[in-house]
Write a protein of this length. Structure first.
Length: 252
């Protein structure tokens, strides 16, 4: 496997006695959008949560194998988890704004990592709100509670918060599933713009979304990688029978 921002080698995951992922090996393309697709319960979210060690929140889980970020296994003993997560911005299914102002939401991670200078905070907050097409909508109310934003604006704010700490990778766990069509389109357009600077991994249950914005597709079924490759190849001319059945809607 070549050196990438993000690679996975022989990853196996259990919840208690139940195995969820089986020998997953992937090489995630840099500065592209990779969509992880598959039926509900196939392990998509589990795989994503392994990528930044969020799965450890579930104390019943057990993980074997490697997740390599910049060539280093994040599961090696002694690995500092905060530094790993700093390299990854995470968008959840529903936006998780912090109970503070719009400004403080974006500045939160910066302050955790020691930045205190007001002028520098101001610059980075504006830069990332602009990057997420939110500045013009909120610049006159930065001190207002973030909870007052629409759900689509909240999701863009969460993206701005993640980008502010300068990650290398953006993870999205069905980040448009709770949004209306216009807000979903806004997030999709942002992700396409951002891929020039970031490696993006997106869990989606919407095949049309994968076709619209993904460069690369991973098809998971019952915890196993069935097929992976360029989006056009996998979705338009799949090699595997299971992939063909999933795309045709025979299995879901």
């Amino acid at each position: 496997m070549s050196t990438r921002n993000l690679s996975i080698e022989n990853l196996n995951v259990w919840y208690g006695d139940r195995q969820i992922l089986h020998d997953v090996t992937l090489d995630i393309p840099d500065r592209q959008i990779t969509a992880i697709i598959g039926p509900s319960g196939c392990g998509k979210t589990t795989l994503m949560r392994c990528m930044n060690r969020l799965l450890e929140v579930n104390t019943d889980s057990r993980i074997e194998g490697k997740v390599l970020v910049d060539g280093r296994n994040i599961y090696d003993p002694g690995t500092e988890v905060t530094s790993i997560r700093k390299k990854m911005g995470l968008l959840s299914q529903r936006p998780q704004v912090l109970p503070m102002s719009i400004y403080d939401n974006v500045a939160y991670g910066l302050r955790i990592h020691g930045l205190r200078k007001k002028s520098e905070l101001d610059r980075i907050v504006e830069k990332n709100l602009r990057a997420c097409s939110l500045w013009d909508e909120v610049s006159d109310r930065l001190n207002s509670p973030a909870t007052g934003l629409s759900i689509g604006q909240q999701q863009r704010l969460c993206l701005a918060r993640g980008l502010a700490v300068e990650p290398e990778i953006i993870l999205g766990d069905e980040p448009t599933s709770a949004l209306d069509p216009q807000a979903s389109q806004n997030i999709e357009q942002l992700l396409v713009q951002l891929k020039k600077d970031y490696t993006i991994v997106l869990v989606t249950h919407i095949l049309r979304q994968a076709k619209r914005i993904a460069d690369h597709v991973v098809f998971l079924y019952m915890g196993k990688v069935i097929e992976t490759g360029p989006t056009g190849d996998v979705l338009n001319n799949p090699r595997e029978e299971l992939t063909k059945r999933y795309i045709a809607g025979v299995i879901s």
